[in-house]
Design a protein around this ligand. Sequence first.
Ligand SMILES: [Zn+2]
Length: 308
Amino acid sequence: MATWKIGSATITRIEEQVCLAMQSPAKHFPGFERDVLERHMSWLVPDHYSPQHDCMVSSFHSWLIRTDQYNILLDTCCGNHKERPWAPRFNQLDTPFMDRLRGTGVAPEDIDIVLCTHLHADHVGWNTVQRDGRWVPTFPNAYYLFSRTEADYWNLRSNLSMQGDPRRVVYEDSVLPVIESGQAVIIDGNHALEDGILIEPAPGHTPGLIIMKLDNPEARSVAGAHGDRAVFCGDVIHHALQVYAPHWSHIVDQNPELAKLTRRKLLEYCVESGALLFPAHFGAPHVARIGESAGGFTANFVPGLIAL
Ligand SMILES: [Zn+2]
């Protein structure tokens, strides 16, 4: 498993699956321009695009962030044995995700904080596991952080328009059991988790999406580190090629115009601050430093260290 060092924090990618998109990029990204794809083909194949299928490659992974204070699991993928009839890639999975997490030396009991950037099926799945026919929290000692705007959006009690949406089951099997167990912490607006860890709203893909920034001035210039700043952006940006085309929406962006503004703001932040970008779905090597060129952005991949 690949690991990055940001200041004194250690970040490990926990993979659930890497697979092809269900449709061509033209359908996946409204506003898609094939010439942009052609221009970048040399680095897109094979980890980001499959020419023989004409499909983008997506990774589904969690970020395990070990700071001096906390073990944080950011986004929890799709989970096993969850009924997701509208999304074959998420439906009734049986992956060794938990074995991979344990492989880092971190047991479910050791997770202090679970942070779900938003409440889509591929970001909350491992929040719960089935026990005696019920969905119960996977991480017994963790607080689970959800944005209030996001939680209210998916809750039928506060948003009647969710009635009839098949994705409501995600809230019921992967969010509600956590709220009922008393382990949920609902946050509003900006939130500081500890010194140098900030959670901020980044709406567009979903109404209440939140991102996490790691920025600890006391940890500057730690020997062997990949940098001293990072941003974990969930689905503000889906694919590495969108760095070069941030105006492409993703088919699931709930508010495409706002999502574009938020995506551009994120990339500008990365350029200005030098923060490494840790997205939820970029193909290998999954993490990029964002640069600037001719009014646009560039992605320079930063591979993690592989423990043997
Ligand atoms: Zn996602």
